[in-house]
Write a protein that binds this ligand. Structure first.
Ligand code: NI
Length: 397
């Protein structure tokens, strides 16, 4: 009787301290953000913190990533859990006491929290390894924010060898704290980007008939590109074609000979993803030819879409309910944002999910990549608990 109460109390105390540790780790990482592919101190911190737990086989597959393996008491399935660790080139404008100390660099997407909550899960799970059959592989991935991304590099380095399933989370400002969004199928889009140059022939603005006006033609190209989403994409499907940059000209009385455009394309459906650049090429070619101009068109394919496996998503649903109860579970709304978690999903079944981190009352409302981005830190504990519960679901009992 006493023993049961004691161990329950110990368990509770341990859990409480892990929750505090996770917040402390997150704040430390927040103060010391590092850009993609340059996460030297972050990786060092992660590796040292993991080493302090004991029982983990820690490796550094690339210079700024860390992988830790936890073997259970008996053989069994291998579950991988991933956190991204990189920050963004943004000057932070928050005023809390753990504001970034690295000028021009900020954890403005929540990856500091992802890292901290996965460290928390590693700490809890190393403590209960005797109850687990199988292996848990904790992947602390560099460079999620910068194409071609760290995930592909880690897959090529073999970090998924022998893995049966992978899960990963994003702290999510579009959702309030207290909700966890899970979804099978398409969740995040393929973020591709493009550059177009339109070359006409410059001249005096008062003598337009002796020029080929690249600005007027660029305007028509932009307008016609809207036709793709409006008229070429199934209304029940979805795509984004956004021209986000236009550059050309120097002065009010000069028609420039050249205009540069750039932008992004977002799709979920692989067939549509292939088709959009073909349609763009046809439109740009047609409009420029109609007006006697020429063009170049470069199209870069970014990350693949995040498409969640049904079995892995079922595991997540069970984990969320086990960790936090069924009230928090919601159907995640897909987003046109991209994520290189998709690189792992090419290799093994995986599911990516969203942990609500918005809090209107506390003023935690700014979107991802905003200079005043923040998260409701209570969401970190939710993440830790879900990762632990997923391990228990797959490797426990
Ligand atoms: Ni992110």
């Amino acid at each position: 009787m006493t023993t049961t109460l004691d161990s329950a109390a110990t368990a509770l105390a341990t859990e409480e301290s892990v929750r505090d540790l996770v917040i402390r780790w997150r704040r430390h990482l927040h103060q010391h953000p590092e850009l993609s592919f340059h996460e030297e101190r972050t990786a060092q911190f992660v590796a040292e913190t993991l080493a302090s737990f004991g029982n983990l086989d820690i490796s550094r597959p690339t210079p700024t990533s860390v992988v830790a393996r936890l073997s259970g008491a008996r053989p069994g399935p291998v579950l991988a859990m991933r956190a991204d660790i990189d920050a963004l080139p943004i000057e932070e404008r928050n005023s809390h006491e753990f504001v970034s100390r690295n000028a021009g660099v900020m954890h403005a997407c929540g990856h500091d929290g992802h890292t901290a909550m996965l460290l928390g899960a590693a700490k809890v799970l190393t403590g209960i390894r005797d109850e687990l059959a199988g292996e848990i592989r904790f992947i602390f991935q560099h460079a999620e924010e910068l194409d071609p991304g760290g995930a592909e590099e880690l897959v090529n380095a073999g970090v998924l060898d022998g893995v049966d399933m992978i899960i990963g989370a994003h702290l999510w400002l579009p959702m309030p704290y207290g909700q966890v969004g899970v979804r099978s199928g398409a969740l995040m889009a393929a973020p591709d980007n493009f550059r177009i140059t339109i070359s006409g022939s410059g001249g005096h603005a008062a003598i337009p008939h002796e020029t080929i006006d690249s600005i007027a033609i660029a305007a028509q190209v932009i307008t016609n590109l809207q036709h793709i989403v409006a008229r070429n994409v199934d209304p029940l499907g979805s795509a984004v074609v956004s021209v986000t940059r236009i550059a050309g000209g120097t002065m009010y009385n000069i028609i420039p000979g050249r205009v540069e455009l750039a932008g992004t394309v977002r799709t979920f459906d692989p067939a549509l993803r292939d088709r959009v650049p073909e349609l763009m090429q046809r439109i740009i070619g047609g409009v420029t030819a109609a007006h006697g101009a020429s063009f170049t068109f470069e199209y870069d394919r970014g990350y693949r879409p995040v498409h969640n496996d049904e079995r892995a998503t079922d595991l997540l649903r069970r984990a969320v309910v086990r960790a936090l109860g069924s009230d928090v579970l919601v159907d995640a709304t897909p987003t046109m944002g991209g994520e290189d978690f998709s690189a792992y999903q090419q290799k093994v079944p995986g599911s990516f999910f969203f942990i609500g981190a918005r809090n209107e009352e506390k003023g935690i409302v700014n979107p991802h990549h905003h200079e005043c981005f923040d998260v409701d830190e209570r969401a970190l504990d939710s993440g830790t608990r879900i990762f632990v519960a997923a391990a228990r679901e797959m490797l426990g009992e």
